[in-house]
Ligand binder design. Sequence first.
Ligand code: USQ
Length: 405
Amino acid sequence: MRVLILGGDGYLGWATAMYLSNKGHQIALADNFLRRRMHLERGTDSLTPIRSLQERVAVWQALTGQKMQVHVGDLANWEFTSRLIKTFQPEAIIHYGQIPSAPYSMIDVHHAVFTHQNNVINNLNVLFAIHEYVPDCHLIKLGTMGEYGTPNIDIEEGWLEIEHNGRKDRLPFPKQPGSFYHLTKVHDSHNIHFACRIWGLRATDLNQGVVYGIETPEANMDDRLINRFDYDESFGTYLNRFVVQAVAGIPLTVYGKGTQTRGMLNINDTLACVEIALLNPSKAGEFRVFNQFTESFSVMDVARMVQEQAVRLGLNVQIAHYENPRREAEEHYYNPRNDALLGLGLQPRWLRDTLIEDMIKRVKQFEAHIIHEAIVPSIRWDKGDEAQKVTILEYEAQPEPAAGD
Ligand code: USQ
């Protein structure tokens, strides 16, 4: 299939490009290297030394014989996006090409507005270009589980059957996102749904949970194909961050009580989920939503798992409760469904199955690259970026050594 991957230089984009190219799909990548530039702005970086996109693509071709097209440009620019879609004529578009960071969007008005302009406008351009040039193309759009927030009812997959004053309907599930970034994904979902209704486009919104992991089989083929791995306060997600903190000797940054619960999945399961969506397209006019996660964990569950594995590997890891920089429910009900992808054949990789140990060992190889100042957060939901780091409120008691240790 001809597959256009938007955000092809990113954590998910590059991994997906290699995975689908290896399966024989014809791949084109688009990126404007915004993530690399946002890291420059924040004084942070990927832990892993990633090569330029052009070099990665050349190495990939040399190793596998598979070509990938590279298109450098800004999706928020209509000329770029429309020309790209018109000339490549994709049968499917996987849209990862957006700012993914809640903290970055909460820095100040400029970062909130920029995140909205970038994400909402680029998605609108993609919708209009599909409508105009490839109306049968399947849009696979990366949404987020964070669109739903943490309601006190079960979270369905995008839709909710409602009975109100004696009448029934199937309506979009209510959204209560937790940051200006998460709000952009809500706006995108509405725009995509509308485009499906009025133009008959076909789309799948993948409401993804928190992704973790470093390695994929394709990235392991050659050091020059290595994927990015973010661990800073803006672009690192909590498990990936905790692994780096464990290696760096920084007390694990649990925000508040750590009883916040999120759906999670391994990066290799992201690839499997996207492939499932690709091979099972939605119908013309259908706006389909999949909740894309495999397991749910609280922040403390994950901190304890990282601590346990790290201690086993001889590291000394403390867990600390930091002042929570976010405005979020710490104690809440959380029961999201994820039946759709499982029903289509997803076979999850479980976090318990030694993956954390592998991650710690891999991160240790890049220990010298860790920027320590990038770890403890300073971006607060109520005050923006004060450049003042949040403080530790208390430490968790160290677990008792197991008998025989
Ligand atoms: N958290 C900590 N300590 C940390 C970092 C985070 O306790 O050092 C907590 C946060 O307070 C939050 C939870 O962990 O309760 C998740 O935070 P996160 O930074 O790992 O993830 P989040 O900001 O929600 O965003 C990430 C991705 C985003 C994606 C989302 C899926 O950056 O692109 O949309 O995960 S979800 O969380 O389901 O909304």
